[in-house]
Design a binder for this molecule. Structure first.
Ligand code: ADP
Ligand code: MG
Length: 684
């Protein structure tokens, strides 16, 4: 049996019982009503009344009616996101316009809109709707609109005063995504300007699941903080006695340990880091669960991650069949943006996949890293929603003590090229002094502006940064500047059709499905698509085959292609194509000629180039950082002299992912100045 090495003895006895910090002034009594037994659904109106927030309804309405800006704090699941917009609507607050609720995640926006429209017994897209990248389900009638923070930012480009909205709720503010952070500034500016111009006032509500609100309140001119107390039951926490070298194995063992001991109605939520890992673990759990001894209850394993289509996402809200235990394997999406009922056990690996950025080296990498203490508490809290719960932390208490206190806002650890471009399009007078709640370092702002300069998106005149016509066009695409640039360059290389496909493929999670247990079969099936020119062309071959066979699901299964992601690619592609058509770009296909395509990629992505060194290793041109070809690349066993890559992933070493073979000459043509400078610095 695969598991069995980690028993209760592997954990320290519960060190402490956890109850989240008691709010300073709560106006809800705790746990006044219990949810009905989970296997018997309660009518939806009753569910609304059962939420902790319901008892504070009158006070909330009273307060929010008065205030221009407010911060609302409450445990995940207390009803902030689904109820507050409805309370406002029911109390006719903000009826002159639309009530917007932003979400950092696309799936959360969709599932929340569906839930709220269901609660209002309205068809989705009528009174309640949503807008996410590549999808708009709203109409003239829509008064309550869920949208991703990225979408609201795009709307601000067209109308910086955001005039159609009477209320903007910036939700999940604690996540501090780049978009949310930029929105803080944009919304604050819109609120102030509308007031000055005597226009319809804009009410701004910031909602967060964590207690650190001083920064929010201070930033919004001392906005009052409303605390909601959630229904939180005591949670026992177990730490491991020893540090775990393999958190996946530890998680697996812990899940099956619980499964053998706990009643089947107690569901388990496991925090992992990403889609591939979760899919692999889902399969392993299902396989093991098939071969459990008699008497063991059944297990229903469900993956949960941001790119999962929302229909599948919805499965996690449903009860498992009778006598089945629900085991949900999730990314940090279940930390706050989505509430799942029935969870009694949380297994926290202590890891998360997140961006890291070093402005000195200009290097942005996606890395699996330790979570912060705040995240650990948030994860733990998921176990105590309906009754007392248990959280297994797959790390020692000492390790926990070494976690960062708070998660550093993304704006301080990512490449800011997109953000700076956005600010310029928003006509922010001086991007260097934009009113950020947490200021990124001047170095990373400068690095981003330099990058935009290299891409031709801006010009510098004296101290001023001015958007070029090309830069304005680049901002029309919901993409990173380097990808927009690649698309805009493609007519010159007569390969727009292919570039659109490639960019769409790189914009969604991997379309290649690689079940480790079927390696040989996968390799055999994949062979026919593989191009010696790299991953971009290989992916293009996959997409072409998919399309020529009428987007066949069966074919996807046989070829280990993720059909869902493939459908998404095709949607994304058609949206990008629409933008090109609106700009009257000629759209040609280079057909069998792939040289043009690679040349175009080299011209757009020249900042992500790496060169083979005499000793057989690679270094990036940008920073001379040693990098290696990721084992998932079709070029893993090859040694091309010069490549461009899509991203860097830091695990045991720094890997390049998604590579394309290019000529060094093309790179030089793309940005002669830049390469002269880089060449010089590499000789020093
Ligand atoms: P908060 O924003 O405070 O975290 P929400 O308003 O998102 O809370 O959720 C409140 C409650 O509504 C949840 O605890 C859950 O019971 C229910 N709920 C929310 N979304 C869904 C959904 N998609 N399906 C079923 N129930 C949901
Ligand atoms: Mg919420």
């Amino acid at each position: 049996m695969v598991y069995g090495t980690m028993s209760q003895d592997s954990y320290l006895p519960p060190a402490k019982k956890f109850k989240p910090g008691t709010p300073q002034s709560s106006y809800i009594r705790k746990g006044a009503m219990q949810l009905g037994p989970r296997k018997h659904p309660v009518p939806i109106e009753q569910q609304r009344r059962n939420l902790p927030i319901y008892q504070a309804r009158a006070q909330i309405i009273g307060q929010l009616r008065q205030l221009d800006s407010a911060i609302v704090i409450g445990e995940t699941g207390s009803g902030k996101t689904t109820q507050i917009p409805q309370y406002l609507y029911e109390a006719s607050i903000g009826r002159q316009g639309v009530i917007a609720i932003t979400q950092p995640r696309r799936v959360a926006a969709i599932s929340l809109a569906s839930r709220v429209s269901e609660e209002r017994k309205a068809e989705l897209g009528k009174l309640v709707g949503y807008t996410v990248r590549f999808e708009d389900v709203t109409s003239e009638e829509t008064k309550v609109k869920f949208l991703t923070d990225g979408m609201l930012l795009r709307e601000a480009i067209g109308d910086p005063l955001l005039r159609r909205y009477s209320v903007i709720i910036l939700d999940e503010a604690h996540e501090r995504t780049v978009h949310t952070d930029v929105l803080f500034g944009v919304v604050k500016m819109a609120q102030k300007k509308r007031k000055e111009l005597g226009k319809l006032p804009l009410k701004v509500i910031i909602m967060s699941a964590t207690m650190d609100v001083d920064l929010f309140s201070e930033y919004f001119n001392g906005a009052p903080v409303l605390y909601l107390e959630g229904r939180q039951h005591p949670i026992q926490i177990f730490y491991t006695k020893q540090s775990q070298s393999d958190y996946l194995q530890a998680a697996l063992v812990t899940v099956f340990q619980i499964h053998q001991e706990a009643p089947s109605s107690h569901d388990i939520l496991v925090f992992l880091t990403g889609q591939e890992e979760i899919e692999a673990m889902t399969k392993t759990c299902r396989d093991i669960a098939k071969h459990l001894p008699d008497g063991c209850s059944q297990m229903t394993v469900m993956p949960l991650y941001a790119s999962l289509p929302h229909s599948q996402q919805f499965r996690v809200f449903q009860n498992a069949p009778k006598d089945h235990r629900k085991v949900i394997l999730s990314t940090n999406i279940a930390e706050t943006s989505i509430t799942i009922t029935g969870i009694k056990y949380v297994v926290d690996t202590g890891m998360v996949k997140a961006k890291k950025y070093n402005p000195d080296s200009g290097l942005e990498v996606l890395a699996v890293q330790k979570i912060s203490k705040a995240q650990a508490w948030q994860r733990t809290g998921r176990a105590g929603r309906e009754d007392s719960g248990i959280c297994y932390r797959l790390y020692t208490e000492d390790e926990f003590e070494k976690f960062e206190k708070m998660t550093i806002p993304e704006i301080q650890r990512c490449n800011l090229a997109s953000v700076m471009l956005q600010l310029l399009v928003l006509r922010v007078p001086n991007v260097f002094t934009f009113d950020f709640m947490s200021k990124p370092s001047p170095d990373s702002i400068r690095a981003a502006v330099d990058q935009l300069d290299l891409l031709g998106a801006i010009e510098r005149r004296e101290d001023q940064v001015i958007l070029t016509p090309l830069g304005r066009k680049m901002a029309s695409f919901p993409l990173e500047p380097r990808f927009s640039k690649t698309i805009l360059l493609s007519p010159k290389f007569h390969c727009t059709e292919e570039i659109l496909t490639i960019v769409a493929l790189l914009s969604v999670d991997s379309v290649l499905h690689n079940p480790p247990a079927k390696r040989d079969e996968v390799q055999a099936a994949r062979k026919k698509f593989i191009s010696s020119e790299g991953d971009h062309i290989t992916l293009l071959n996959v997409y072409r085959a998919f399309k020529s066979l009428g987007k066949n699901k069966e074919w996807c299964r046989e070829n280990f292609i993720n059909g869902r992601n493939m459908m998404l690619v095709s949607e994304v592609r058609s949206q990008l194509r629409d933008i090109c058509i609106k700009m009257s770009m000629p759209i040609e296909s280079s057909r069998t000629d792939t040289r043009n395509i690679r040349q175009c990629l080299a011209h757009g992505l020249f900042m992500n180039a790496a060169e083979l060194q005499p000793d057989g290793t690679y270094t990036t041109v940008e920073t001379h950082q040693p990098v290696a070809i990721h084992p998932s690349s079709v070029l893993f066993h090859c040694k091309p002299a010069c490549v461009i890559y899509n991203e860097l992933l830091h695990t045991s070493k720094c890997y390049m992912r998604d590579l394309c073979v290019v000529d060094a000459d093309w790179l030089f043509e793309a940005a002669p100045e830049y390469f002269r400078r880089k060449l010089k610095s590499s000789k020093n």
